[in-house]
Design a protein around this ligand. Structure first.
Ligand code: ZN
Length: 244
């Protein structure tokens, strides 16, 4: 079975629809979502509803938490805080309840899911040593994570050993090898930060034992217009074109 792996949609409906369109041609049997469905972008309700319509297992992201729990935004940058306060206002009760029910971790299809790390949905994994707490907790061979908005993976050849970090900002395929363990970030659907403005996602093939990271260009201008029209900080629109 093949899974579509999506993360950090961040209320970017145009990018999300483009990714689902690309996945619809790839014989996908289920979807795995690594959180941050909302925050930054101007279409949080529509993105929640699309995730809910999919056959999708989702874990919670820090922006999803902040959308439901007043006070959580105090750690955010001023611009991110402005976005989450707006999101909290427009979110329907239904979608707020949906976000509030999401768990921090999940195991499905033989892989583990988390937002930041297996230990903490709000921890950033950007360096090999930052993966070690997750590898120590991992019970499966592969763990998918998000949060940093970088498409990349870490390969650990031996328990306790520092993994090798491999960037995949232009996409790529990872062949899962027996005896090795992996932490894989599919990159962000809605706000890539690896200097590639194209939406990022992954296809996990549980039968072949492979993960493909795919980039898909979308209509950034429409998303930017929606952000401006909603009165969200202009930088949230500008950064999308730069992929930062
Ligand atoms: Zn995020």
């Amino acid at each position: 079975m093949r899974y579509g792996v999506i993360s950090d949609i961040h209320g970017n409906l145009v990018a999300f629809e483009r990714v689902l369109d690309a996945l619809s041609e790839r014989d996908i049997g289920g979807y795995l979502c690594l959180g941050d469905i909302v925050g930054y972008g101007a279409r949080p309700n529509e993105c929640c509803e699309l995730v809910r319509e999919l056959d999708c297992v989702s874990v919670v992201g820090n922006h999803d938490l902040a959308a439901c729990q007043p006070g959580k935004e105090r750690w955010f940058t001023p611009a991110a805080r402005a976005c989450i306060l707006w999101t909290r206002e427009v979110l329907t009760d239904d979608n707020r309840e949906f976000l509030a029910t999401l768990q921090a971790t999940a195991t499905v299809g033989g892989v583990e899911l988390c937002h930041g790390s297996l230990a903490d949905p709000e921890a950033y994994v950007t360096m090999p040593d930052e993966t070690l707490s997750s590898f120590a907790l991992m019970e499966q061979q592969v763990c998918f994570f998000g949060h940093t908005h970088y498409a990349e993976w870490y390969v650990q050849s031996e328990a306790g050993k520092l993994p090798v970090q491999l960037g995949a900002a232009a996409g790529g395929t990872l062949e899962i090898v027996r005896g090795h363990r992996y932490m894989v970030n599919p990159g962000a659907v809605g706000q890539p930060r690896d200097r590639n403005s194209q939406a990022s996602f992954a296809i996990y093939d549980a039968d072949n034992g492979s993960v493909e990271i795919v980039r898909a260009g979308y209509d950034v201008a429409t998303t930017q217009q929606q952000i401006i029209e909603a009165g969200l900080p202009e930088n949230m629109a500008a950064r999308l074109l730069m992929g930062v």
